[in-house]
Design a protein around this ligand. Structure first.
Ligand code: NAI
Length: 729
């Protein structure tokens, strides 16, 4: 036969057959920046499959690759987010369509190689799983994997089923799909979901062609005679003995939070391993469609993809300002916060001057970086050289003139307005005239600090959360005189150190602390009203908060809490707004006074500890003895929702007052700043998604107000929104 050369490059999936009969399929959706599972892609895939089958005799092998920077980004998130209960049939048909196409590709009878030239995630990686051999290009920033569970769904185009049949239930669930890990190519190779890693584009194609030449009769292991799932099925005694631990561990991990996706992944893996491939696919489709069409995946996709992108792409960044990079930052105060801010800055390649009043204090601050970097070297995460170069970027000093030339100052000295004013005025004289002057204060007015320097427009708040190296959020506090230019620079710096910024008004508590205060207040009120403390903790966990409120009180320390509370009351008085207290206020007072149990630092709080700052033990028994009243029946559902609703109402007030200005920032700030449950999609999305929408939420808040008091007063703006059936978008 005389091979005919054909090339079509303007299609969504380009087709190029060379003289040796190797067809290269290049996915390159002209309408989009990345390839995703759109209708057009689905149609193109089917026509491609039909053509492969029709022209099979002239085809020696198939290479699947992409014409984009990335290989394939995955599902069409807009569609997944908008799918509701009425769309189950439609979504199932969509999943089955991709499954059918992939199955026909892998059973074509010709070797198929995925030449993964960039990031392949989710549905994008499922494309690659349909190939007999997967080669990934080791490109900077390229990640592979099936991260669907992190958005509340599961890999439904054959992903769970194929990975289970490739690696076995245990490795598939624990290592790949269960936590939705994203992996660099080397890690993916190690885990076993790809077969080769190469370092150049030429090598990628050469290796793909060579593999085809060497494996003319390639097939999937699962289609070979005598194939068994690695590690066995649930009928295999060794595995059967282990399996009950999986849901038990999952329960421990989720702590009662309503997250259906990880549970569904486990179900698909275990149920699917006991049946033939087609039935396993059907099981996978069914669970996946349920998740996609449910509310929780909508919430998570909106928050963690759309809102997060909006925030990270500068939702509140003044336009028309050039993006600037900081080269040198001066951190004043090498205490807990300053030390950690220095660390994250140096980690991002910025030169840091870490200044404290004595050289010893400054070096102690630098020790924080030494400790973290030593840990990373010991775990093999970074090299000794990398440790040295990060440390070399941090200069610990007691000499203020070392700050000269810094683009940016972050002060993190004691929380004292006079001290901060003095420190900022002093540093302003030593850095260049263009340096941004930032304060990490958690409660003091930025405007008052700005008044102490001769260029108040350059003063801004950069409110980090503790522990800084773990917490992803930074609130950017805009004072009365802060310029747009300063705001843009503050945002650029936060992005440079790979944190997520939200822009907030210079008001007491900013956004995150106002919202978290309402959550913990409700939780503690439950105890003060007579609910058993263990039940109140459980209610917080089952609402989806990462930790119980009593645990949090002990960590933050009752002294700090009392100060913050006094601040909120003083602020309300100053603004002439009613401040509604709760039964929790006298309880905090008693914990501090009569009971003398301020928190973990002292080794005694709501919990017992094995010493000051030590490990947490059981709840302090006298708390229940003093407060628990079995005759008071607070429905558990009320307990959970009081925390969620009170925090959401506060978010509405923050939006009304301009403390935050976009819905995306309110949602992301609540999830990343205070651990508002991720399943809700954030404080304002919680209102959108409540049964009956905003109107349903308002009915419920009114009901809670009737039962528990004026903390649940619904702001007029929300009542109006509910009347118009308008969501927070
Ligand atoms: P810290 O007490 O651990 O550290 C303060 C450091 O500032 C000390 O090392 C002290 O020697 C140094 N210092 C005092 N005067 C100085 C001066 N004139 N020049 C240079 N250094 C000086 O305090 P922490 O917890 O690090 O807090 C610092 C700031 O960060 C405060 O404004 C606090 O409100 C804020 N913040 C604290 C958070 C937390 O969780 N601790 C969270 C967010 C903000």
């Amino acid at each position: 036969m005389n091979p005919v050369l054909t090339t079509e490059t303007d299609a969504i999936i380009g087709w190029h057959r060379d003289g040796e009969g190797i067809v290269t399929l290049t996915m390159d959706d002209p309408g989009q920046a990345t390839n995703t599972m759109t209708d057009a892609m689905a149609d193109a895939l089917l026509s491609t499959v039909e053509r492969l089958e029709a022209e099979k005799d002239s085809i020696a092998g198939v290479i699947i690759t992409s014409g984009k920077e990335t290989f394939f980004a995955g599902g069409d998130l807009n569609r997944l987010m908008n799918a509701g209960p009425a769309d189950v049939a439609d979504i199932s048909a969509g999943l089955d369509h991709f499954k059918m196409c992939f199955r026909r590709i892998e059973t074509l009878g010709r070797p198929v190689v995925a030449a993964i030239n960039g990031t392949a995630l989710g549905g994008g990686f499922e494309v690659a799983l349909a190939a007999h051999h997967r080669i990934a290009l080791n490109k900077k920033g390229s990640v592979l994997g099936l991260p669907e569970v992190t958005l509340g769904v599961l890999p439904g185009a054959g992903g769970v089923t194929r990975v289970v049949r490739l690696l076995g239930i245990t490795d598939a669930v624990l290592g790949v799909v269960g936590e939705g890990r994203r992996m660099v190519p080397a890690k993916a190779l190690d885990v076993g979901i790809i077969d080769e890693v190469v370092s150049t584009q030429e090598e990628l194609i050469d290796r793909a062609r060579a593999w085809i030449a060497d494996n003319p009769k390639a097939s999937q292991p699962l289609d070979r005679k005598g194939y068994r799932i690695p590690g066995g099925t649930p009928a295999t005694p060794a595995l059967a003995a282990q399996l009950p631990a999986y849901p038990a561990n999952l329960r421990k991990q989720l702590k009662g939070s309503p997250m259906p996706a990880p549970i569904a992944v486990l179900a698909v893996a275990v149920e699917g391993a006991q049946v033939d491939l087609d039935t396993a696919f059907a099981i996978e489709t069914r669970y996946c469609a349920q998740l996609i069409c449910g509310q929780i995946s909508t919430n998570m996709i909106k928050a963690l993809f759309f809102d997060l992108n909006a925030v990270n792409n500068g939702a509140s960044r003044p336009q028309d300002r050039p993006v600037r990079k900081a080269e040198k930052v001066a951190v004043l105060g090498a205490g807990m916060m300053g030390a950690a801010i220095a660390y994250v800055s140096a980690q991002s390649g910025i030169e840091v001057v870490l200044r404290d009043v004595t050289i010893e204090a400054a070096e102690r601050g630098k020790d924080y970086s030494r400790r973290l970097l030593d840990g990373a070297v010991a775990k093999g995460r970074i090299s000794a050289d990398a440790r040295e170069s990060v440390l070399a970027r941090i200069i610990a000093t007691d000499n203020i003139s070392d700050v000269a030339g810094a683009d940016l100052v972050v002060e993190a000295v004691f929380e004292d307005i006079e001290l901060k004013r003095r420190v900022l005025a002093e540093v302003a004289d030593h850095v260049g005239p263009g340096a941004l002057l930032a304060s990490n204060t958690s409660a003091l007015p930025i405007a008052e600090m700005a008044a102490a320097v001769d260029r108040p427009a350059d003063v801004i708040g950069l409110h980090f959360f503790s522990p800084v190296d773990k917490m992803p959020l930074v609130e950017i506090v805009v004072g009365e005189n802060t310029s747009d230019d300063a705001l843009a620079r503050g945002l650029d710096f936060v992005r440079q150190i790979r944190k997520t910024p939200i822009v907030v008004k210079d008001a007491y508590g900013c956004y995150a602390n106002r919202v978290i205060a309402k959550f913990v207040d409700e939780a503690l009120s439950l105890v003060a009203e007579g609910m058993h403390p263990a039940s109140a903790e459980q209610a917080a966990l089952q609402a989806g908060f990462p930790a119980g409120a009593l645990t949090l009180f002990d960590e933050i320390n009752m002294k700090t809490i009392a100060k913050i509370r006094a601040g909120f009351i003083a602020d309300a008085n100053a603004r002439d707004v009613d401040f509604v207290t709760s039964a929790s206020y006298p309880l905090v007072d008693r914990m501090l006074g009569e009971f003398d149990r301020p928190g973990r630092l002292e080794g005694r709080g709501f919990y017992e500890y094995d010493g000051p700052g030590g490990a947490r033990g059981r709840l302090w028994p006298q708390l229940a003895e003093q407060y628990h009243r079995p005759d008071v029946l607070i429905p558990f559902e009320d307990a959970k929702e009081r925390m969620l609703v009170a925090a959401a109402l506060e978010a509405v007030r923050c939006l009304d007052e301009g403390v935050v200005s976009t819905v995306a920032e309110a949602n992301i700030g609540s999830i990343m700043g205070i651990g508002y449950p991720v399943w809700t999609g954030g404080t304002l999305q919680y209102i959108n998604q409540y049964a009956g929408g905003p109107a349903g939420f308002v009915v419920r808040a009114d009901e809670l107000r009737g039962r528990y008091g004026d903390r649940f007063v619904v702001p007029e703006s929300l009542r109006g929104r509910a009347g118009r059936d308008e969501r927070y978008l």
